[in-house]
Design a protein. Structure first.
Length: 74
């Protein structure tokens, strides 16, 4: 489980910055990989961080896509 609040904040900032079409068109695995790559390009992640984020993002893919869909209407 991800408990570092700055890492969670960065994760959701990256979700907001990622183009909607990308969030909606990728498979779950692809979505997780893209977000992890973007996070890793901003901060150094430990192996433990990567595993925790993989699980966290994987559990939030439906929410991430719902947010992306809602942004399409604005």
């Amino acid at each position: 489980m991800v408990t570092d609040s700055s890492l969670l904040r960065l994760t959701w900032t990256i979700v907001e910055e990622t183009p909607n079409f990308e969030l909606l068109s990728l498979t779950d695995t692809g979505l997780i990989k893209v977000l992890l790559q973007q996070i890793a390009s901003k901060i150094l992640l430990s192996g433990e961080d990567v595993c925790a984020l993989y699980g966290y993002i994987g559990s939030k893919t439906t929410l991430i896509r719902d947010l992306a869909e809602s942004r399409l209407t604005f």
